[in-house]
Design a protein around this ligand. Structure first.
Ligand code: NAP
Length: 333
């Protein structure tokens, strides 16, 4: 049987948002499986801000070479196997890339993980609340080490990572203030997720509103955005406050990101720690178990924005930078 595989190939490195043609949809026939290989049908793709970084820079992972399938985390199901560790029907997550099918090869250095089938739990949750974003929020909040009654401010709060980080802050007894880009997102944060306040940073008086919502200052900043939002938050930090730098999405599409003023860091005696979720791989199971329990007991809610069609993945990537998603952004292949 011959099967066609559609792939999104990186053709040019984007400047600003992705332009048409930066990722090009191609079709090719899948080769016959060899001994030691398994074939997975990719069902869902996680759309992550870091993909934009992978397109233009060598960072914690090498830059994606021009002409190669764009790197992406996905969820799939094994449909054929000559691999010792996989059988038909196994569910997997890992770096599938933006394509319909992925060949898992025992001899290649690939990172794939088998997933359990848990009743009443959707497949997509392994890309969001129980996947990279939930784990990132979990370990970021561990670094923050919140104490009861402290004020936590989360930016990109209605996104996949921020929405979980804020809820973990609530579970741990913080007063939680979210910053997000629409009134709808802010209402979701306060009405559904239990945030104490949410500020729409696109309104002209948002800085005054943030000041009013953090009248006792800010003890912890879970930072996803950077730039002006981070400057404004840092100006309201209490002495010896903690800043967990998870990301700075406002800078990912810019040549010259607006970085924080070290003067503020000194005057406020802040402790700033960046982190990468990859460093916590040995503890993923522990964290996923805790996140799963919170989810099961209704303490953690999640939401997804699902875009249909592999060919829509470039538009979906841009949505992250224009705020088009609420919660986890996923492409259904
Ligand atoms: N350190 C790690 O290991 C790690 C792992 C995963 C993710 N991250 C980081 O975590 C952050 C969130 O990632 P995510 O996957 O959860 O994405 P997400 O929050 O679901 O989506 C990104 C959101 O960022 C907001 N945003 C985009 N551009 C902005 C700007 N210029 N100013 C203010 N807000 C902006 C948008 O919401 P609004 O409508 O609110 O603007 C958008 O919905 C990113 O910085 C990402 O790189 C880090």
């Amino acid at each position: 049987m011959t099967t066609t595989n559609r792939q999104l190939i990186l053709k040019s490195r984007p400047k600003g948002l992705l332009a048409p043609g930066d990722l090009q949809l191609t079709e090719s026939l899948l080769p016959e499986l060899k001994d030691g290989q398994a074939l997975a049908k990719v069902k869902y793709l996680s759309i992550d801000p870091t993909m934009r970084v992978w397109m233009v820079a060598d960072t914690y992972l090498p830059i994606v070479p021009i002409g190669e399938v764009m790197r992406a985390i996905g969820f799939g199901e094994i449909i054929e196997s000559r691999h010792p560790n996989y059988k038909k029907g196994d569910r997997i997550t890992g770096l599938t890339g933006l394509q319909d099918y992925v060949i898992i090869d025992a001899s290649a250095k690939q990172f794939f993980q088998k997933l359990p089938k848990i009743p009443f739990v959707s497949d997509t949750v392994f890309l969001g609340a129980l996947g990279t974003n939930g784990l990132t929020a979990f370990f970021g909040m561990e670094i923050a080490a919140p104490r009861k009654g402290e004020t936590l401010v989360v930016s990109a709060a209605a996104g996949a990572t921020g929405s979980i980080a804020g809820q973990i802050g609530k579970i741990q007894g913080c007063r939680v203030v979210g910053i997000a880009g629409t009134d709808e997102k802010c209402t979701w944060l306060t009405k559904d997720l239990g945030f104490d306040a949410a500020i729409n940073y696109k309104q002209s008086d948002w800085k005054e509103k943030l000041a009013a919502a953090t009248s006792n200052g800010i003890d912890i900043n879970f930072e996803n955005v950077g730039g002006d939002i981070m400057h404004t938050v840092l100006d309201r930090m209490n002495l010896f406050g903690r800043v967990v730098v998870c990301g700075f999405i406002s800078g990912y599409t810019k040549e010259d990101p607006n970085m924080v003023s070290l003067g503020t860091v000194i005057v406020k005696r802040l402790r700033i720690q960046g982190f990468l979720i990859l460093d916590y791989a040995s503890r993923f199971m522990e964290a996923a178990t805790q996140l799963g329990k919170w989810k099961m007991f209704g303490k953690l809610k999640d939401r997804e924005t699902i875009v249909e069609g592999l060919e829509k993945a470039p538009d979906a990537i841009n949505m992250l930078f224009t705020g088009g998603n609420i919660g986890k952004l996923i492409v259904k292949v």
